[in-house]
Design a protein around this ligand. Structure first.
Ligand code: SAM
Length: 306
C-alpha cells in the first residue's frame, strides 16, 4: 500500500496495554490510565491485523505500555505470526520479564525483539525507571541474545546517561547487540524534563569524535548508522532530523485508535467501528498520511506505544 507521497506503508505498531511496571522519567506512564474494558481484546487485535494485512501491512511491532505484562501475550504473538501476509512480528520490551518468559516467547515464533535500557548503572536505573531492576534486565538480555536478534534502544538524556555512550558501545559490542541511541522526544507531561535533557545526535557524534573517528555509513528507515571503533551503531534522530520521508508506519493505540503519525490525532477508532468491509475506508484514510509531523498532539507514549 502506498500513500499519496509514494511511501510504502508496510508496518503496523500495536499497543497492547497502557500499563507498565516501570515509570520512566521521560514517558507518560504515570498519567491517564485506560479502563480495562476500553483496551483492545486479543480477538479484536487479530481481526484488525487481518484487515491491515489485506491492505499490505507485512510487519507488526507489539508495544505498550509493557507488552510482557499483558496476560498470554505470547499466545497473541503466535496467532499474529500465522496471519497470511504477515512476514515479521517483533516486540519491544523493557526486558524485566524476559528471562522468566523466555520459553513462551521462543514458542511464539518471534525472531527478534527490541529491548529498552537507558543506563548500565544500578542507582541510575532506579532513578530513571523507579524500579531497582537493572539486574533482571541484564539477565533478560543475556538469555535472549542466545536465541534472538536483539536491538538495544537507549534514550539519551543530558543529565542522566550521556556519560555512558561509550559504555553502551562496549556493552553491545561484547554481546553482539544492535545498538541504537534515541533522541528524547517531547511527549505528554514530560516537557520540562525533555527541555532539560534533550541532546541532539550531532552533539553526541561530536563527543565520540573526540575519542576516535566516527564515520556516517547510511540511513535506513528511521535510523542513521555510524561506524565507531570497528562497531556499527544507529541513531534515531526523531527530533533534530525527523525521517518522515521514510516513514512506513501506522500505529494503533491500546484503545484501538488508528494514528497515521505519532504526533497526529487519532483518525479512527477500530474498536468502536464496524470492522467488516472497512478496507476501502482505511485505504482512503491511509493514502492521506501527512507528509511531515504536524505536532498536533503530544503523544501519551504508554497508550500509543513508542
Ligand atoms: N515498555 C516497552 C519498552 O520499554 O520498550 C514498550 C513501550 S515504550 C513506550 C517504547 C519505547 O519508547 C522505549 O524504547 C522507550 O524508551 C521509548 N520512549 C518512551 N518515551 C520516550 C520519549 N519521550 N522519547 C524517546 N523515546 C521514548
Amino acid at each position: 500500500m502506498r500513500d499519496r507521497f509514494g511511501r510504502k506503508i508496510d508496518t503496523l505498531r500495536i499497543s497492547v496495554t497502557d500499563r507498565c511496571n516501570f515509570g520512566c522519567l521521560y514517558c507518560s506512564g504515570a498519567f491517564n490510565k485506560v479502563r480495562k474494558e476500553e483496551i483492545l481484546s486479543f480477538e479484536e487485535i487479530i481481526e484488525i491485523v487481518k484487515i491491515f494485512s489485506n491492505l499490505g501491512i507485512e510487519k507488526i511491532k507489539i508495544t505498550g505500555g509493557e507488552p510482557l505484562i499483558r496476560k498470554n501475550i505470547t499466545y497473541l504473538i503466535g496467532k499474529i505470526s500465522k496471519i497470511k501476509g504477515i512476514s515479521d512480528v517483533s516486540l519491544t520490551t523493557n526486558g524485566f520479564y524476559l528471562s522468566e518468559k523466555m520459553d513462551e516467547i521462543l514458542n511464539s515464533g518471534i525472531k527478534r525483539i527490541n529491548i529498552s535500557l537507558d543506563t548500565l548503572k544500578r542507582d541510575r536505573f532506579k532513578i530513571i525507571t523507579g524500579i531497582d531492576g537493572l539486574y533482571r534486565v541484564l539477565e533478560g538480555i543475556d538469555i535472549s541474545r542466545k536465541y534472538l536478534k536483539i536491538k538495544l534502544n537507549v534514550v539519551l538524556m543530558k543529565n542522566l546517561n550521556l556519560d555512558e555512550i561509550f559504555d553502551f558501545i562496549e556493552f553491545s559490542k561484547e554481546r553482539d547487540l544492535i545498538l541504537r541511541f534515541i533522541e528524547i522526544m517531547p511527549v505528554y507531561k514530560n516537557l520540562n524534563f525533555w527541555k532539560n535533557n534533550f541532546v541532539s545526535y550531532k552533539e553526541v557524534i561530536e563527543r565520540l569524535g573526540n575519542l576516535k573517528e566516527v564515520r556516517f555509513l547510511s540511513e535506513k528507515g528511521n535510523t542513521k548508522y555510524f561506524l565507531f571503533d570497528d562497531f556499527v551503531f544507529g541513531f534515531i534522530t526523531s527530533v533534530s532530523e525527523p525521517f518522515c520521508y521514510n516513514c512506513n508506519k501506522l500505529r494503533i493505540d491500546a484503545r484501538g485508535n488508528l494514528f497515521l503519525c505519532l504526533y497526529g490525532r487519532p483518525v479512527l477508532n477500530l474498536k468502536m467501528i464496524e470492522r467488516k468491509g472497512i478496507e476501502k475506508t482505511l485505504e482512503k484514510i491511509i493514502y492521506l498520511k501527512p507528509k511531515k509531523r504536524e505536532n498536533l498532539n503530544l503523544p501519551l507514549m504508554n497508550v500509543v506505544g513508542g
